[in-house]
Design a protein around this ligand. Structure first.
Ligand SMILES: *[C@@H]1O[C@H](CO)[C@@H](O)[C@H](O)[C@H]1NC(C)=O
Ligand SMILES: *[C@@H]1O[C@H](CO)[C@@H](O)[C@H](O)[C@H]1NC(C)=O
Ligand SMILES: *[C@@H]1O[C@H](CO)[C@@H](O)[C@H](O)[C@H]1NC(C)=O
Length: 556
């Protein structure tokens, strides 16, 4: 490693073993660390499969007869990791070879009413801007063509337009007991926790969707044939919130964390993970009529997709990560759902969909919401459902400083390469552990105004001539930044009093394999090492601020 040190890298970055994005060999080492950040909790669980000597033997046989790449493909199908393929596990290959897709299991009570209404959805897409990817800066040097082939060839939705029975959208109806505007619930619950770890990277074909997953899977299949409606990493699943309610209708907003597998055999997997899918549906309370449906990937941030691809047969060690910008990916209803069969006054059946009945005009009554919350409030509630750490609000950079000045608090700020509440790897570990722990939440709530920003956003701010004060604050922040994530404590005037790099933080709190069993205590109340280290960091920040500002300005 020592021979590898580049003397042109600034000392601050060299200490962290990393360079800033876009400067040469940064990526390989950066990735290695990102993988440590992301993969560490899983490693312990992955290993246990191989403790079984029987499995080890099968594994060796597998390598002998298939080679590493062949075994990789075999394992991608072997969802229960027993090194045997069941007919169910072989299904994706059978479908590929025969071209026949067996019928899916719908939920028992979701039998489509042949006389029910139909909703037509249109898919729109503008492909990912390749030059928004960090790797584009050196012309994708060292990235094999096959890695990106799935990404480059995905330029349009798989199905531009499709008709769905309105009744299928009942999956978005709230469960019993959730009736008020503001109520939230999980449509597809997350199955990830610290004990299940993460789902494997070496998969090509989504598992067969069941129950409520079926519709979400069909919707996302309009974009690309291989949607995984349960993402590998948290946040995972689908949440919904009643935004408004009338006597007959709900307006429900939802948020989906899913991803696509863009590569197919024989290329290595390429995971394409939008920050989120969101949207809303206005539907009747019996789901017989859908007034409006919209699902999209938000594109108002400068980067909105996380990408991870493997370039070797080993599950963990050969992975690249990048982030990019996807201008548009959305589904919209063209009109409210309409009956497929209508009967006129004289009892004649008219088919509304054969195009010969242009004279049929549907008139839809206006909806008067009897209770509602704002769009912003509904979005916030979805976020809190997905991320307990959002119980403390994270404000935009400028607003956080204003609020801190007004409330005489410090700014607790997280500066990252990728987004904290997207699925980007860099924020994952923080979010899933320390920021959700209740002692940290309490301290943040008491003495800090929290904020997170992308490096790219602050760089733009720093270059903006119009707001000198904000420019300076951005500059002071960036000055202290090291890849991939920096946590900072700042005075309301922008002076950074304390900061800690995420890699350093993780070193401090690393769980060594031998005492892994003893310290995996993540339930609230337990002070795991990362929580106490983070509290120490925040308290040191408060102390340092006190030294600088020796008057009762600060709340301690
Ligand atoms: C992006 O748009 C969403 C809603 O459309 C909004 O809630 C959010 O604040 C916007 N974010 C930025 C960075 O503008
Ligand atoms: C934050 O503090 C306020 C006021 O003291 C309190 O109402 C709120 O419940 C606290 N929130 C958390 C997450 O501790
Ligand atoms: C912020 O305030 C502190 C204490 O008054 C002072 O030491 C520091 O120089 C100020 N920083 C800026 C950027 O004005």
């Amino acid at each position: 490693m020592a021979a590898d040190v580049d003397k042109t890298v600034p000392e601050r970055e060299r200490r962290n073993g990393l360079r800033s994005p876009g400067s040469g060999s940064w990526f390989r080492r950066g990735l290695w660390l990102l993988l440590v950040v992301c993969g560490a909790p899983l490693a312990a669980f992955g290993i246990k499969f191989y403790r079984d000597s029987e499995l080890l033997k099968r594994h060796e046989e597998g390598v002998r007869s298939l080679g590493a790449d062949g075994l990789f493909l075999f394992s991608s199908l072997d969802t229960d990791h027993d090194l045997y393929l069941s007919p169910e596990e072989f299904k994706p290959i059978a479908e590929k070879l025969t071209g026949l897709i067996p019928p899916v299991d719908l939920e028992e009570d979701v039998i489509d009413d042949p006389n029910g209404e139909a909703l037509i959805l249109e898919a729109k897409m503008q492909p990912l801007l390749l030059d928004s990817m960090t790797k584009s800066k050196d012309g994708f040097l060292g990235v094999s063509h096959s890695s990106l082939s799935g990404l480059r060839s995905w330029t349009a939705p798989a199905t531009p337009s499709s008709s769905f029975p309105a009744g299928q959208f009942r999956v978005f109806l709230p469960p019993k007991g959730k009736v008020e505007a503001g109520d939230t619930w999980w449509v597809i619950p997350s199955e990830l926790n610290i004990f299940t770890g993460y789902l494997p990277n070496n998969r090509y074909y989504p598992p067969t969707p069941k129950g409520k997953e079926v519709l979400i899977h069909s919707l996302l299949s309009m974009f690309h044939p291989r949607p995984f409606i349960k993402s590998r990493f948290a946040p995972q699943g689908t949440v919904a919130c009643i935004r408004a309610s009338s006597d007959f209708y709900y307006d429900i907003i939802f948020r989906i964390h899913a991803e696509f597998q863009l590569n197919d055999v024989p290329n290595f997997p390429f995971w394409f993970t939008p920050g989120q899918f969101t949207g809303n549906i206005v539907l009747s309370k019996d789901a017989s009529h859908v007034r409006h449906f919209h699902l999209y990937v938000p594109s108002n941030r400068s980067l909105n997709v996380d990408m991870e691809w493997l370039y070797g047969a080993s599950e963990s060690s050969n992975m690249e990560v990048d982030i990019g910008y996807l201008p548009q990916l959305e589904l919209r209803s063209t009109a409210p759902s309409t009956p497929s069969v209508i009967v006129d006054e004289t009892g004649n059946v008219l088919d509304s969909r054969d195009g010969s009945n242009d004279q049929i005009q549907f008139v839809f009554e206006e909806i008067h919401w009897t209770s509602e919350i704002s769009q912003e409030e509904a979005v916030r509630r979805l976020e809190v459902t997905l991320y307990p750490f959002k119980k403390v609000s994270y404000l935009p950079f400028a607003e956080a400083f204003e609020r801190a000045a007004a409330e005489k608090k410090l700014v607790h700020s997280i500066l990252l390469w990728g987004a904290l509440d997207d699925q980007s790897c860099s924020g994952r570990t923080l979010r899933e552990t320390v920021l959700e722990s209740s002692p940290v939440l309490t301290l943040l709530n008491q003495s800090f105004i929290s904020s997170w920003s992308l490096v790219k956003e602050l760089e733009t701010m720093q270059a903006d001539e119009r707001n000198a004060a904000l420019r300076e604050k951005a500059r002071l922040h960036l000055e202290k930044y090291s890849f991939p994530v920096e946590m900072l404590v700042a005075l309301p005037n922008g002076t950074v009093v304390h900061h800690i790099n995420a890699n350093y933080f993780l070193d401090q709190t690393a769980v060594k394999p031998e005492d892994e069993g003893a310290t995996f205590s993540f339930s609230g109340g337990f002070e795991d090492p990362s929580t106490s280290t983070y509290i120490k960091f925040l308290k040191e920040g408060l102390e340092k601020a006190k030294e600088i500002m020796t008057h009762p300005y600060l709340p301690f």
